[in-house]
Design a protein around this ligand. Structure first.
Ligand SMILES: Nc1ncnc2c1ncn2[C@@H]1O[C@H](COP(=O)(O)OP(=O)(O)OP(=O)(O)O)[C@@H](O)[C@H]1O
Ligand SMILES: [Mg+2]
Length: 495
């Protein structure tokens, strides 16, 4: 375990207006899980993109098994045994598990004619899946699989192509607790056979569980490489540069009159007889497994999904909500989990995105007050520590976490009184997570009602006043804050 397999030395990378990496060095040993830690925009993904050949470096050297390598394109890195495990998967969804694992690397019946040997593909796939203890049918189509399973396929694919280093960029972001356990045991198994991992995550509690060593980046520079027995507080201080007192701040807020009531919401085959009410100042957690219908319910309330029946009352009055526009004008904001698909105009500026739902406020007659738009946006950039060159920067050039913050800013700016947050802290660093909880607390304090969907139970338990557990489209249980625990939520989510 002491052999150095990868050495990146004094890597520099500049983008217009930012030094994404300055003299960053990283050393990975064979069979270790090396955690890369840093705030949003610290340079983690950029370093990995340089390693895999997606970006070119400005300067610095990379050594693999003692030899300097020049990385010119992603194919080459793959060929020498460095593999990026994507979560969203650059796999072919209409092909089967087996076909995907051997895609681009198919065993041929006859190498002169190039006919693919399908039975061999299936057989070899089965062997790999058994070896890795992955319970998946080789002939299943990828479109039938969930995120966790896709990730497993991606890892199996890397394994079959003899990858010696696998890079996982926030692999647990949308996984359930049990799926995380499965992923970790897969990683441990691969470690034993000598595979090294570079592991990026914003979930601090995972680090001692899975990491062997940790390299912390801050502002594009390397802070230090330390052992995994380094206390979490110390790691946080290294990455954020300050002490964080409370990871999950919760304020006591007066919970007053009802602001939202959802009655008799039904959708064929997916949502059944949903009834709940939300009061001003209340944070209502919505728990459940992926596929339980949480996002669908949120979108149905918001008017973004058709329903067979629903009654929505706001401040006690019945309102007709048939589209997101209706919802927004009734004061409902929905922060979608899928920021790229639903929430952001990627090639537009930060400020245009932030002011989009509240453009009316920035107009005098037909004239848009650009200066005011920018001023307000700047305020939110500061509040949420959005790291960018200016409010005019295009959203597509921001790091993942910073894009998520723009989505937040957009809705915070919109003066809604009901907020539905769908996985608001995915991909967000610890420091900013805390800021987001504070903002949610603040919204509650100002009298908004909040529905919070999260698969991240520590946060859901910490900030919710009550928790509804959704299971296969039905409300299975409603807990008060004091009654809810990780175990009993999981119980009702799975029975
Ligand atoms: N293609 C690009 N063009 C311009 N700037 C970029 C580009 N890619 C990254 N950056 C900038 O480089 C910096 C580092 O970004 P990077 O994506 O590496 O951060 P990260 O550590 O992965 O953050 P996160 O935790 O949010 O994913 C950021 O300031 C980002 O805006
Ligand atoms: Mg990143």
């Amino acid at each position: 375990m002491n052999e150095t397999i990868l050495k990146m030395e004094r890597i520099c990378k500049r983008f217009p207006g930012v030094n994404a990496l300055e003299d960053v060095s990283l050393e990975v040993k064979r069979g270790e899980v090396h955690v890369l830690l840093g705030e949003n925009g610290a340079g983690k993904s950029t370093l990995m993109k340089i390693l895999t050949g997606a970006y070119s470096k400005d300067s610095g050297k990379v050594y693999f098994k003692g030899k300097e390598i020049s990385i010119r394109n992603p194919r080459e890195t793959l060929d020498i045994g460095i593999s990026m495990v994507y979560q969203e998967l650059n796999l072919a969804s209409s092909l089967t598990v087996a076909e995907n694992i051997f895609l681009g690397n198919e065993p041929l019946r006859n190498k002169f004619i190039g006919v693919i040997n399908r039975s061999e593909i299936k057989e070899r796939c089965e062997k790999i899946l058994v070896e890795l203890h992955i319970s998946l049918a080789p002939q299943k189509k990828l479109q039938e699989l969930g995120v966790a399973q896709l990730q497993m396929v991606s890892i199996a694919k890397a394994f079959s192509s003899k990858a010696e280093i696998m890079i996982l960029d926030e692999p647990t972001a949308s996984l359930q607790e049990e799926e995380i356990d499965e992923l970790f045991s897969l990683i441990n198994k691969l470690k034993k056979s000598g595979v090294s991992f570079i592991y990026i995550s914003h979930r601090m509690e995972e680090i001692p569980l899975i990491g062997d060593r940790i390299t912390v980046l801050r502002d594009g520079k390397k802070v230090e490489t330390v052992d995994s027995n380094t206390p979490v507080e110390v790691l946080i201080r290294m990455m954020v540069g300050r002490e964080l007192k409370e990871l999950f701040p919760k304020e006591t807020v007066d919970i007053s009159e009802e602001v939202l009531r959802v009655k008799n919401l039904n959708r064929k085959n997916s949502l059944f007889n949903i009834n709940f009410s939300l009061r001003r100042g209340e944070i209502l957690g919505l728990a459940g497994l992926v596929g339980a219908g949480r996002t669908e319910l949120a979108r149905a309330i918001f008017g973004a999904e058709p329903v067979d029946s629903k009654e929505i009352y706001i401040d006690g009055k019945y309102v007709e909500i048939n589209s997101p526009t209706d919802a927004i004008s009734s004061g409902i904001a929905y922060l979608s989990e899928n920021r790229k698909l639903f929430s952001l105009a990627l090639s537009m500026s930060i400020f245009s995105n932030i002011t989009m739902p509240s453009l009316k406020e920035f107009c005098i007659g037909p004239v848009l007050r650009l200066r005011k738009e920018r001023e307000v946006s700047k305020k939110f950039m500061g509040k949420l520590f959005i790291r960018a060159t200016s409010v005019k920067q295009k959203v597509k050039f921001l790091s993942g976490g910073n894009q998520q913050k723009v989505v937040l800013a957009k809705w915070l700016c919109s003066k809604a009184k009901i907020f539905i947050f769908d996985e608001p802290t995915i991909g967000i660093d610890v420091g900013t997570k805390t800021e987001i909880y504070k903002l949610i607390n603040l919204l509650a304090k100002e009298g908004a009602g909040i529905v919070m969907i999260s698969s991240y139970l520590p946060e859901l338990l910490a900030i919710s006043d009550s928790i509804i557990v959704l299971n296969k489209g039905r409300i299975k249980k409603e807990f008060k804050r004091e009654e809810a625990t990780q175990e009993n939520i999981l119980y009702y989510a799975t029975v």
